[in-house]
Design a protein around this ligand. Structure first.
Ligand code: GLU
Length: 414
């Protein structure tokens, strides 16, 4: 993904947390290794000729149930990154009390280089390659970076053809017409918003008097901007892979989304100053939302971060070393394994609806999501205060690790 190996970073964090909070070294050994890894290399006849495509699926830990986690299409996908993402999914699902273990998958391609037909061929072939490894009671994929409901629909269709039956619960984040759930398309951002709302209340910060910068304007970042805007909060800066923009009085989010849809970038939005992707992270704002990829905040820029609260909508945007610098600076970090868990939580609701043949309304889903996110936040906040944990990430790690180890023990595996 880049020079910092996110998997080593995550395991270093796990080791430190376990040592500091007296979790038995023997018990955490099982969490230091992914249980199953599948790598596939398969040829596809694309519009650019024959290409051999590499894909992965890592099932990190299944003590709490079938493994669950997204699937990304990105040119930087590699095994170390997918292992880290699968590890974080394992913790995330435990924190939200979902009956799932953790997994992640990826295909190493730049989707912008391929036609829609190519992407469909690649998606279907990936499922043909891994179908024995996945299923509603085994491992359930979902969207992640640069994958979407359409791709989930192709994958479900291909899986159904192989099995000779309809199996909608084998994947989540599908289009509504074929078993997708209401609110799934914006659930990562919505879950993050609920966590932020709770944190601001605890720290007695009035949301209407805050300024927010959002780094990354994909599904999570764009939807969060929309939700904040409709709750009268001020978003002053956003960026995407092409660059950033800033207006200290707040951006007009509705026009910005229109501009992004028309030009495929936020850059050159009227009435805003240009900024680089790094500048946006260092802005003097109350709330900073890293919503792009891993390793956005490292030890080289952590010292320059000025926000009071960081809401991690991306997975792994802050490295282990950077986290310590932010802690010294007394910046509150709402960790990814809680803050971006709204996506997988609504995926769980989708999976349940599929298994029951049910359809829940948007209102019902949002109420359930709010309850889950609030309960998870309250639990971590209470532990953080009562156990004097150094930060929320540590509280989250300890909570999840203990729960998974208990399940491993109750299964008689360790
Ligand atoms: N890709 C999302 C995540 O990182 C969602 C996973 C899911 O819905 O299974 O949490």
């Amino acid at each position: 993904m880049n020079q910092i190996n996110p998997y080593n970073d995550a395991i270093e964090c796990l080791g430190e947390v376990a040592e500091r909070y007296n979790i038995d070294e023997k018990d955490i050994e099982i969490l230091k290794h992914p249980k199953k890894i599948l790598m596939v290399n398969f040829p596809v006849h694309t519009s650019k000729g024959l290409k051999v495509i590499s894909g992965y699926r890592v099932q990190y830990n299944d003590a709490l149930g079938p493994t669950k986690g997204g699937l990304r299409f990105h040119p930087h996908v590699d095994i170390e990154g997918v292992k880290a993402l699968a590890f974080w999914m394992t913790l995330k699902n435990a924190i939200l009390d979902l009956p799932y273990g953790g997994a992640k998958g990826g295909i190493t391609i730049d989707p912008q280089e391929f036609t829609e037909h190519d992407l469909e061929e690649i998606s279907r072939e990936y499922i043909r390659q891994i179908h024995l490894f996945i299923g509603p009671a085994k491992d359930i994929p979902a969207p992640d970076v640069y994958t979407n409901p359409k791709i989930m629909g192709w994958m479900m269709d291909e899986f159904g053809k192989i099995k000779g039956e309809h199996v909608p619960a084998m994947i989540t984040g599908k289009p509504l017409s074929i078993g997708g759930s209401q609110a799934r398309s914006y659930s990562t951002a919505m879950g993050g918003f609920f966590v932020l709302r709770e944190a601001l209340a605890k720290y007695k910060i009035n949301p209407l008097q805050t300024k927010t910068a959002i780094h990354g304007f994909g599904n999570a970042g764009m939807n969060l901007a929309k939700i904040m805007d409709s709750n009268n909060m001020t978003v002053v800066a956003v960026s995407d892979s092409k660059g950033g923009i800033y207006n200290e009085n707040g951006l007009n989010i509705e026009s910005l989304i229109k501009h992004k849809k028309e030009t495929r970038s936020v850059v050159d939005f009227a009435g805003a100053k240009p900024l680089t992707n790094n500048d946006i992270l260092e802005l003097n704002v109350d709330i900073l939302v890293p919503a792009a990829l891993e390793n956005a905040i490292t030890k080289s820029n952590a010292g320059n971060i000025n926000a009071k609260i960081i809401l991690e909508l991306a997975n792994g945007p802050i490295t282990f070393k950077a986290d310590k610098i932010l802690y010294e600076k007394k910046i509150v970090v709402l960790p990814d394994i809680l803050a971006n868990a709204g996506g997988v939580t609504v995926s769980y609701f989708e999976w349940m609806q599929n298994l029951y043949g049910a359809r829940w309304t948007e209102e019902e889903i949002l109420k359930k999501l709010d309850d889950r996110m609030k309960t998870a936040f309250d639990e971590l906040y209470d532990n953080y205060v009562s156990e004097s944990y150094v930060d929320f990430r540590t509280a989250a790690y300890v909570y999840a690790i203990k729960k998974i180890i208990q399940a491993e023990k109750d299964r008689g595996r360790i």
